[in-house]
Design a protein around this ligand. Structure first.
Ligand code: NDP
Ligand code: BG6
Length: 491
């Protein structure tokens, strides 16, 4: 029988993700009583820390979003922190996990509790950590002793081959049904709403296809550089960091067919189907670049190659845009322009579906250039969904104004919007895999980019530079032009 006790074991607990996102998310769930009452958190990493020091670091990032009453929040924080423990050790050493097991036993008694292992470590350590963990015996349990699950962060591999290998090798330690491959964009509120928006509203589905939609744009921009993550980023680059996962996941949910049922199996079947229908991207349909110093006063906005830890001759791309084509009946001929980049002109993540031009031309000279309608799904900041329409300006004359039918979450819903990691961690505890990446889904998304990534690396070309804070490299505009994509409107 499953136990109500839960140990969350975070590998890499000293790191950025654990401190900034995972521990605060666990506290939020704890404060809302959404975790089993007897939940303990065990941080594990190489940095030597006492329990007290780990608690102090953790406390600095916890928030009272769900508990506005200051006294109650302080009480819950204290309670939560007293349940946080820390064990230091090397990720690839079995003995370190034997120490961890001893601490778990000391805190929780025999090992008959549910175990959630979170790999919040660099991808280079995934396998040695999994193997050593497996050898320690800490991952084996039978049904009487509760469940064991592993959450593994992205990027999952460097290409199709290494991703397949990682799936196989991790499979020797954790069965597939224990493995939760996370892409935190799937936990974002608006992304979770995509299936509801598309399939719970009869008004959209008849329009959601090539007969009405001219093009789809999925944009992901950050207005800061790599923020001290050179060690990881320079090895991976933006295509592996964002396009292969966050962008293709957003695309899959935007473009997939309705699942037969709303469960993990059927949803992921449909995502795989549409990912497999995307033709592998060619270099002609890809624009890449690397940020240079800001044009006006580089202060605090240095070139990528001047960032701490980046080799001065690095060719790593910090911007990428691609035009993807989906070879199925719904989308044939519709360009999907997906772009992602660091150090750009704004911070935004959104999906735009632009309609064909209005075929009804009755307004003549009064409105010679009516802009096309658009559905905009803004993931962040300020979650929103709006429909851009043409409207008559109020007044005695017939004048036209593009305007918006608007759903802005902050104004519409008087509620706290959950953080992606809150939502996804809760799903792992519940055993719901709908929002986690299945192995065939992972393979299909690598297949879209694998060839282009290989060619880019073999070419040894110098990246096209773009100024920090600009709209991206010149190749972006060329790509838009090549596919006859209109310049964007601003929201
Ligand atoms: P960090 O670079 O902060 O690394 C996490 C911890 O791993 C560090 O505190 C360090 O702990 C240990 N570590 C770092 N480098 C090495 C190394 N070369 N060898 C062994 N151990 C090392 O990473 P993040 O916390 O930013 O990310 C963790 C994982 O989550 C990565 O896979 C990343 O891609 C993914 N991710 C991160 C996001 C973020 O916002 N940060 C968002 C989405 C995914 P110690 O030295 O104490 O062992
Ligand atoms: C991560 C990327 O997956 O997502 C980072 O590795 C990026 O490069 C981050 O900054 C952005 O996440 P969010 O939730 O802040 O948009």
């Amino acid at each position: 029988m499953a136990t109500e006790r839960l140990a969350v074991i975070i590998l890499g607990a000293s790191g950025d993700l654990a401190q900034r996102k995972l521990l605060p998310a666990l506290f939020s769930l704890y404060a809302q009583k959404l975790l089993p009452a007897d939940t303990r958190v065990f941080g594990f990493a190489r940095t030597p820390l006492t329990d007290a020091a780990f608690r102090e670091r953790t406390a600095a990032n916890l928030t009272c979003r769900y508990t506005p009453d200051a006294h109650e929040c302080a009480r819950l924080m204290e309670q939560f922190l007293s349940r946080c423990h820390y064990v230091g050790g090397e990720y690839g050493e079995t003995d370190a996990y034997l120490d961890l097991a001893a601490t778990l036993r000391a805190e929780l008694g025999e090992l008959n509790f549910n175990r959630l292992f979170y790999f919040s470590i660099p991808p280079s350590v995934f396998l040695p950590a999994a193997r050593a963990l497996g050898n320690s015996g800490l991952t084996t349990c039978d049904n009487r002793a509760g469940w064991t699950r592993i959450v593994i962060e992205k990027p999952f591999g460097r290409n199709r081959a290494s991703s397949d290998e990682l799936v196989t090798e991790l499979g020797h330690v954790f069965a597939d049904d224990q493995t939760y491959r996370i892409d935190h964009y799937l936990g974002k509120e608006i992304i979770q709403n995509l299936l509801v928006l598309r399939f719970a509203n009869h008004v959209f589905e008849p329009l959601w296809n090539r007969h009405f939609i001219r093009d789809v744009r999925i944009t992901w921009k950050e207005d800061i550089g790599i923020a001290g993550r050179a060690g990881y980023f320079d090895d991976f680059g933006i295509i592996r960091d964002v396009m292969q996962n966050h962008l293709l996941q957003m695309l899959a949910l935007t473009a997939m067919e309705p699942p037969q049922q709303l469960d993990a199996h059927h949803i992921r079947d449909e995502k795989v189907r549409v990912l497999k229908d995307i033709a592998p991207v060619t270099l002609e349909d890809l624009a890449v670049g690397q940020y240079a110093a800001a044009e006006h006063g580089a202060g605090g906005r240095p070139a990528y190659r001047a960032e701490h830890g980046v080799p001065p001759d690095s060719r790593t791309d910090t911007y990428a845009a691609a035009v993807l084509k989906i070879a199925n009946d719904r989308w044939r001929g519709v360009p999907f322009f997906v772009e992602c980049g660091k150090a750009l002109d704004s911070k935004i993540a959104e999906i735009r579906l632009r309609f064909h031009d209005n075929a009804v031309k009755i307004f003549g000279a009064k409105a010679p250039h009516l802009p096309p309608n658009e559905i905009v799904i803004r993931v962040q900041p300020d979650e929103a969904i709006f429909l851009r329409i043409n409207n008559k300006l109020p007044g005695l004359e017939t004048k036209f104004a593009p305007t918006e039918l608007n759903l802005r979450y902050k104004a519409a819903f008087n509620t706290v919007i959950p953080e992606a990691y809150e939502s996804l961690l809760l799903d792992v505890v519940k055993g719901d895999k709908s929002l986690f990446i299945r192995a065939d889904e992972l393979a299909a998304s690598w297949d879209v980019l694998d060839g282009a990534l290989r060619e880019l690396e073999e070419n040894l070309r110098e990246p096209e530079l773009y100024a920090y804070g600009s709209a991206g490299p010149r190749g972006r505009a060329k790509l838009l032009k090549r596919h006859d994509l209109l310049p964007e409107h601003t929201a």
